[in-house]
Design a protein around this ligand. Structure first.
Ligand code: HEC
Ligand code: HEC
Ligand code: HEC
Ligand code: HEC
Length: 121
């Protein structure tokens, strides 16, 4: 009995943490590392459909995921350059890569044309 209770408490703790984490996912994010290429990103639309670590691929599942720019810099270093993080045509971590892969599989997807993400104001 004691064991059952401690498992229940452990489970409640895990669920509680999960809920707190889900609550930290932002509704909208503006990517503006390059002021000439600002992108409004509907984060909720995406985080409702995909696991966090599909995009936050280095996240340890504790605390807040780090911004892509923390590692992906203007020029390639330990991580591929910033441009590649969003336009890599193969990787599901990248905006364009995921949209392309889903289109290939005939699934509902997002845009791959420049102007659809880089909206002129
Ligand atoms: C489809 C891709 C994708 C998914 C899925 C996703 N995110 Fe994000 N998230 C992003 C991108 C892109 C950013 C902007 C990062 C940046 O500014 O460099 C971001 C930003 C964030 C930020 C703000 C980070 C900061 O420092 O500005 C938090 C917090 C966050 N996401 C949490 C989550 C959580 C929690 C989940 C899962 C419930 C999740 N995300 C799912 C792509 C995604
Ligand atoms: C803590 C550092 C770190 C963060 C934060 C990070 N990345 Fe990465 N990323 C890397 C490293 C290192 C690589 C190269 C090794 C690998 O593929 O894991 C990489 C590779 C990639 C690739 C190429 C994948 C491939 O298959 O080679 C893409 C695309 C990518 N990251 C997108 C993102 C996006 C989008 C975000 C933010 C939502 C992000 N990354 C956040 C470190 C990071
Ligand atoms: C893991 C897959 C995946 C990744 C990564 C991803 N998307 Fe999407 N995106 C989708 C899917 C699926 C849809 C269609 C969602 C729907 O209509 O319900 C979509 C729809 C969109 C749309 C059209 C709907 C809207 O919000 O206007 C835009 C724009 C978009 N994505 C931008 C981005 C940007 C910018 C990034 C990177 C920061 C990104 N996406 C990363 C899967 C992805
Ligand atoms: C699915 C969405 C999406 C599509 C399609 C897209 N981009 Fe991007 N692009 C982004 C995101 C997100 C960023 C990061 C914006 C920022 O932080 O300023 C970005 C940034 C850039 C940057 C700045 C990179 C840097 O290192 O400064 C350039 C240049 C760029 N895109 C060109 C293009 C071109 C050209 C196309 C069409 C061939 C294109 N993009 C299509 C999402 C997209």
């Amino acid at each position: 009995m004691k064991k059952v209770v401690s498992i229940a408490i452990a489970l409640a703790f895990v669920l509680g943490v999960t809920m707190v984490m889900a609550a930290t996912a932002p509704e909208k994010v503006t990517l503006k590392a390059n002021p000439k290429k600002v992108v409004e990103f509907n984060h909720k639309l995406h985080s409702d459909q995909f696991k966090c670590e599909v995009c936050h691929h280095t996240w340890d599942k504790k605390g807040e995921p780090q911004a892509c720019l923390t590692c992906h810099k203007k020029k390639a270093g330990d991580a591929p350059k910033y441009f590649k993080a969003f336009h890599d045509r193969k990787s599901n971590h990248s905006c364009v890569g995921c949209h392309k892969n889903l289109a290939k599989d005939g699934k509902k997807t997002g845009p791959t044309k420049c102007a659809k993400c880089h909206v002129k104001k």
